[in-house]
Design a protein around this ligand. Structure first.
Ligand SMILES: *Cc1c(COP(=O)(O)O)cnc(C)c1O
Length: 496
């Protein structure tokens, strides 16, 4: 299996090369040259297997330059207790008939980013080796909150690497912020950026595309790499949990092998739901992928109209990991929608950066509508959904997952499509205590750890272990920079 750029340069690379390189030289993202087939027989073979074996099987279909033994040794390390507090790793919870939650937040940082970021450092280290890369790896991350912490945990003390995380000063929750600024490890750094997530992401992208910076880093023996979901090594582990969820439903007798199911995914940068689309293209029986947006509903609008328009106000919401106007991974979907036409994708991307808007063809829109539906959930509805779900089902949702639960409900009311649906649950509610408490009707003006205790007390839900340990940590990284200062901060941190 080889990989190519979404913007048309025809050079094909191995997975080790694309994982090492991160972004294609023409500015595009790497995509597989085709989709491997996932047969019903394959599914049957892994139904009774544990998560790490299912995941290794799915990933091995794409990572053909890695041996199966290599991949399974990584999944066994990445997806194990006590790092994950549930032996199922990605368990399904049956909320009601036909509605299940896929809980992806049992890992070390209590958000779904762990599913990818426990794997990526292992894949990257092995890829650097396979490609005979002699430089050390400098991982730069722009985060809307959860990626940063998960990447820090994944790369902490990994030899031959340093990791630097930038987060928007306003726009991550208190728990998220302290999770990052108290990070352990000798090769880590965390800096706040005066701006929102898009500013932060643009700042990191600018460092990546600046040839002068790259050659300066090269002279100092650093290879620049990314842990953001533009890296193929982040995306491939995410395909696995869609397949695994399907296997669980078969194993539990909820569906028969071959039945179609829907997934509803709370979406920001479009990585998570794109992985579901890849699973569908491989042959996983999926009816509809429902893309759930918060008030920043640029994606839901795009799916409805085929027009992507980022010229709109940016809102800071209670689901900050979805506060995004430019979803990087959408480029990979555009590549498929346009019939793998790199020039066409390059055109959309330049329209996006010049005018902030592009409009896909009718043909592309019809492939989009074949699989995707989109919906938006307001701040008020997010709160109402958290409280209704808690008081009616005794299940505590985080703000992001609540957006998806509501969007699924609206989708069903609109379409009468009552296919069994899996809502992808992306974070523990304890990462967003203030919003969750307010939704349940409590005041939330105390400090962040008082709120964690209060939420546990009023809901009788268990605080995830890593968040319990957090309160004994000290602040290590208090610094902030403006956007112009980001590059300087990188050089200062690398120190050579
Ligand atoms: C990152 C994140 C999302 C959005 O995922 P994308 O892959 O960026 O679409 C949703 N919810 C939570 C809790 C997240 O951390």
């Amino acid at each position: 299996m080889l990989f190519q750029s979404t913007r048309g340069s025809y050079r094909k690379l191995t997975s080790a090369e694309v994982i090492t390189q991160g972004l294609a030289e023409d500015g595009g993202l790497f995509v597989p040259e085709g989709f491997p087939d996932l047969s019903m027989n394959d599914l049957l073979n892994i139904v009774s297997k544990p998560y790490c074996e299912r995941a290794a099987f799915v990933m091995s279909l794409f990572l053909s330059d890695f041996s199966f033994d290599e991949i399974i040794s990584f999944t066994r390390e990445a997806y194990s207790t006590p790092g994950f507090d549930d032996p199922a790793i990605a368990p399904l919870y049956r909320l009601e008939k036909n509605t299940h939650l896929l809980e992806l937040w049992h890992g070390p940082t209590s958000a779904f980013k762990d599913m990818a970021l426990q794997m990526l450092p292992r894949l990257l280290k092995a890829s650097v080796c396979k490609t005979n890369e002699k430089r050390d790896v400098c991982v730069l991350v722009a985060t809307s909150g959860d990626t940063g912490k998960a990447a820090l945990e994944g790369f902490r003390d990994v030899s031959g690497t340093k990791i630097m995380v930038f987060y928007p000063e306003e726009g991550v929750s208190d728990v998220q912020k302290f999770q990052m600024t108290s990070q352990d490890g000798s090769n880590v750094n965390v800096v706040a950026v005066k701006g929102n997530f898009d500013d932060t992401q643009t700042g990191v992208k600018a460092i990546f595309s600046d040839m002068f910076t790259r050659s300066e880093l090269d002279k100092r023996n650093w290879l620049l790499s990314s842990a953001n979901s533009i890296n193929w090594g982040r995306l491939v582990p995410q395909i696995a949990y869609y397949v695994s969820a399907y296997c669980d439903l078969v194993a539990n007798g909820e569906i028969n092998l071959g039945d179609k199911i829907n997934f509803c995914v709370p979406t920001g940068n479009f990585g998570n739901i794109l992985a579901a689309y890849y699973a569908e293209r491989m042959g996983l029986p999926i009816g509809c992928l429902i893309c759930a947006s918060n008030r920043n509903d640029v994606l839901a609008q795009f799916i409805k109209t085929g027009v992507y328009d980022k010229n709109r106000p940016f809102y800071t919401t209670s689901s900050p990991s979805m506060d995004i106007l430019v979803s990087s991974n959408l480029e990979r979907l555009l590549f498929e929608l346009s019939g793998r036409d790199g020039a066409c994708v390059a055109g959309y991307m330049s329209a996006l950066s010049n005018e902030g808007v592009y409009n896909i063809s009718d043909k592309a829109l019809s492939e989009l509508s074949r699989v995707f539906a989109g919906g938006m959930c307001s701040e008020e509805d997010t709160k109402r959904t958290i409280s209704e779900t808690f008081y009616n089902h005794n299940y505590l949702l985080d703000t992001h997952t609540a957006v998806a639960v509501k969007v699924l409900k609206d989708f069903r009311a609109e379409t009468n499509d009552n296919t069994l649906s899996v809502v992808v649950s992306t974070a523990s509610p304890f990462k967003f205590c203030d919003s969750v408490l307010e939704a349940l009707g409590y005041s939330a003006s105390d400090g962040c750890f008082e709120l964690v205790d209060k939420l546990a007390e009023v809901t009788r839900c268990k605080i995830p272990g890593p968040l319990v340990e957090l309160r004994d940590k000290a602040l290590r990284f208090p610094d902030s920079v403006n956007i112009e200062g980001m590059k300087g901060a990188v050089f200062e941190f690398l120190g050579r």
